[in-house]
Design a protein around this ligand. Structure first.
Ligand code: PEP
Length: 257
């Protein structure tokens, strides 16, 4: 896909971003059906950029020649190239038309042992390839209840400090206790924590901070009304094109259309 083809909902300075993280769901026919449904339903808002992160095998199927959404990958290798069986490099993803790559998702941290040093290497590989990282951070319930949220976030954003290149960056605040649980952070909690995160990350030329954790059409408008929240990373609700399109409709900085 050409850069022009990806441009219609380009990342304007004020545009919000809504990312569909399909995780390890859908067969190829299901992915194609979902793509076609999205193409017919996504609201046409210039102030909301949409990205879809399908499983690797469906990246090519999900590329949208009309630029209604950008392509995102769910992960990339910490290595550049070579004898690393089963890995997918950032350069491969860029060559398949990806604009974004999700890094540091709590499921990767929890189930695949991804920690700060590896994530710093992945960030560097993503930047080398010209991908925009969507870097996920967030505390567990025990950490929040123990008053450790800020300490955890400070440690997690250290990986970002190791690569201070002035390039667009997306950070996703995803409290672990809200992911896939049906229990979202309140708008107050999300706004307050994202405000602190912005201070921890520091000034960047282009920084958007998303909220993720059980976002649905039922809570998106209230969360989106908070100016600190630049958009959403959506898991479960992104599997349904109607619900995901509705979230996109509700997300713009000027309210629902
Ligand atoms: C996620 O996986 O990033 C996520 C936020 O999931 P869910 O929306 O299902 O909580």
């Amino acid at each position: 896909m050409t850069a022009a083809g990806r441009g219609r909902r380009g990342p304007g300075r004020e545009s919000r971003l809504v990312v569909a993280n399909w995780k390890m769901n859908k067969t190829r026919p299901e992915a194609i059906a979902c793509r076609d449904a999205l193409a017919g339903r996504l609201p046409d808002r210039a102030d909301v950029e949409v990205a879809v992160a399908p499983p690797f095998p469906f990246l090519d199927d999900l590329a949208d020649p009309e630029g209604r959404w950008a392509l995102a990958a769910q992960n990339c290798s910490s290595e550049s190239a070579g004898a690393f069986t089963g890995e997918v490099s950032a350069a491969m993803l860029a060559s398949c038309g990806c604009r974004y790559v999700i890094l540091g998702h709590s499921e990767r941290r929890k189930y695949f042992g991804e920690a700060e040093a590896m994530l710093a290497a992945k960030l560097a590989r993503a930047r080398d390839a010209g991908l925009v990282p969507i870097f996920c951070v967030g505390e567990t319930l025990a950490e929040r209840e123990g008053g450790l949220t800020e300490e955890v976030l400070r440690r997690q954003v250290e990986a970002l400090e190791r690569d201070p290149r002035e390039a667009p960056l997306v950070v996703a605040y995803e409290p672990v206790w809200a992911i896939g649980t049906g229990r979202n952070a309140t708008a107050e909690q999300a706004e307050e924590t994202i405000g602190r995160l912005r201070e921890l990350v520091g000034a960047r030329a282009s920084l958007r901070v998303l909220y993720g954790g059980s976002v649905t059409p039922g809570n998106a408008a209230e969360l989106a009304a908070r100016p600190a929240i630049s958009g959403f990373l959506v898991g479960g609700a992104s599997l349904d094109p109607a619900g995901f399109s509705e979230i996109c409709r509700l997300t713009g900085p000027t309210g629902p259309v």
